[in-house]
Design a protein around this ligand. Structure first.
Ligand SMILES: [Cu+2]
Length: 172
């Protein structure tokens, strides 16, 4: 949930901006233009234009909802390579993928490639596996773990602001 917070904040502020652009009826403004007829003339917009602008605004709002709430990254299953379950994770404004699925009882290699210069992301921590690894910029850093117990584990940045989930499934 912590990861979603900055997104939601952004979403709210952009929704407000969008509604301002669309032009929510402004009572004080309307009054001024009616009483002060000598200076201001009230311009009647054609109905079609109003409807059109409203539709564009609603469309943008819908697009934002889809982008931030529904276009979630899908979980990625680690691929077997040289006896390891490997997955490449790009670190850039978060982790991509941020949901990783592995099987229990086999070593996992998480290959992090940090492209984000922000110091926030320079450390990756897997508390359940007692791992804290520095991620050099534009260089792959591998974290090796052996997940023994089925369950969900989180990995996160040094300050626990960006998070990802490691799901350990039973081996079949
Ligand atoms: Cu951080």
């Amino acid at each position: 949930m912590a990861l979603k917070f900055p997104k939601l904040k952004w979403l709210l502020s952009s929704l407000i901006t969008t509604s301002l652009l669309v032009g929510i009826p402004h009572p004080t403004k309307a009054q001024t233009s009616e009483t002060n007829t000598s200076e201001f003339q009230r311009i009647e917009q054609p109905l079609g234009l109003k409807v059109g602008i409203t539709a564009v605004g609603l469309g943008l709002i819908g697009l934002e909802f889809w982008w931030f709430l529904l276009s979630k990254t899908k979980a990625q299953t680690a691929q077997l390579a040289e006896g390891f379950q490997s997955v490449n994770i790009t670190v850039d404004g978060g982790y991509s993928p941020d949901q990783i699925v592995v099987k229990a009882g086999q070593s996992v290699r998480l290959n992090f490639l940090r492209k984000d210069p922000s110091s926030c992301l320079e450390k990756i921590i897997l508390p359940d596996f007692n791992k804290a690894v520095d991620l050099p910029l534009n260089q792959q850093a591998t974290v090796e773990i052996l997940p023994k117990t089925v369950g969900q584990y989180t990995f996160h940045c040094g300050m626990n602001m960006f998070r990802g989930t490691l799901t350990v499934e039973p081996k079949q």
